[in-house]
Unconditional design. Sequence first.
Lengths: 310, 280
Amino acid sequence: MGVFTDRNKLVTMEKAASMIKDGDMVAVGGGLCMREPIALLRELVRQGRRDLHLVGTAHGFDVDFACGGGIAMAVQETHVSFEQDFGLAPNYRRACETGQVKIRESCCNTIIMQLRASEFGIPFVPVRSIKGSDEIKLHPEFKPMVDPFTGKKVVLVPALAPDVAIIHAQKADIHGNLKIMPPYVADVLFIRASKKVIVTVEEIIPEKEMIEEGPTIPYYETTAVVEAPFGAHPTSCYPYYAYDREHLSEYMKSARESAEAFKERYLNKYVYGVKSPEEYLDKVGGKAKRDRLASWTEGRERWMELFTYE
Amino acid sequence: MSERFEVGIDELFVVNVARTIKDRTTVFHGVSSPIPMVAMYFAKLTHAKDMVYFGGVSSAVDPNPPFLPPTTNDWVMIQGRTAMVTVDKIFDLAQRGELDRSFFSGAQIDKHGNQNVSMIGTPEKCKVKFPGGAGGCNLSGDCVNYTIWTTRHRAQKKGDKKFFTLVNKCDFVTNVGHVTPYGRREELDLVGNGPDWVVTELGVFDFDEKTKVMRLRYLYPDTTVNDVIDNTEFEPVIHPDVRVMDMPAREEVEIIRKIDPLGIRKLEYPERELSRRFEI
């Protein structure tokens, strides 16, 4: 919802993370195990950001990691899991059950409609569902009412304008034009509804090349751009890489054990003790790993293998 | 033709879910839904060739994936598609009353088809946190109809206690059935008509027209009415013509195996259920 006209929006990961403040409402892009801004979340954990209010639809690694890394205070997502692949999200679950995060669970269309209200510049919208569900208990801000035009029951939900949207995508130029390859999930809505938009991308390309490709999002809608190859790992960012089941499997082992085991064996190894993106790549398996995750292009059998290896 | 051929519970279950899909309808599956993923793709290739097939959060129209992955948001699920839409367009379709079917499940499912995908306990003092309903709270209200499925109907015994999935009352209602804690569906002006089928590993149910309580219609070759009653906390209605479900044709089972080489259709079961096999 802002307008950003800087000619050069390229910043470092450290600088980008510093633009997100304690207590901010943050819309996290991507979904489940695809195209989530994990490198930026790692930097937020490293910088010790606190009390973030996370907003989104169906998510997985990102939210679980943020809960385990201690940066989240409230979670207003609609679903957090590793689906039937790895099952329940252990850090998220623990954070909800110990009261470390407030449960603000919502539903996809509710969130979508609230983001649209923000995008449209209107204070609220009516939705026709939610009625009959206990989700209304989690959201005292929702107002059931009778539609004055039809006499039917509706629920009014207020505009949702996150302080910042963090999005990982394929390409951008330094001016901030952004290329997202579908599926977008809720990313386009997040960008239009949020006050600031920080994007991390696999590749920075020349503006001329971007104009020829045709940006998904025009430059004036993005605030800052970070070049972050492998920045969604261990979630996928096609066509560059599929998600990393081997890494997720290791992650799950310590996360399931306890908060302490997760800090000891995961955060210390992959977050606190890591000085650069190169060192991170090295720790998660280096070029061999990157090549393997890119091998989905080599045919059905190779792609299938990536969904079974751990 | 006399050669022995066996169908597994996992394949038969997929067929049961697929049978709830009609041709020339709009159908969407949500997240954490391996069985509906297989059932929808199977239906599209068999009896529902003109179904408008939305393959999950990936939001591809009529995908033709090379195999089915264990996640619903992956480039596998956009292969061979016609168009891409964005997921909000599928929710718009539903709110307009034009999404014919979706599929929901729950850690608890009550006699009226309400489901708990959220928590045991209260938001302030949560004892067990489940993943959350994703689009379920909205779509269970908006979809013309939907199918409920669970592979965990069989109650778990711990000491003298039995823990049911099919319960009298959900601790928390995420997705709405026919009679909610806030009133009946028609009193709430919901867009859709609610769940019309419930598929479990013990039987297939619809809902009694008057009481809107789950009603047993079909059994598996190895389950009985008593199995269903023993494993259900409430008293299900028993249809006067309960019978064993029709077995699929061998060719149909082979299609399931072909589209699901990774076996994601097996991911939702307690191990012991998967040894159930039936000769056809």
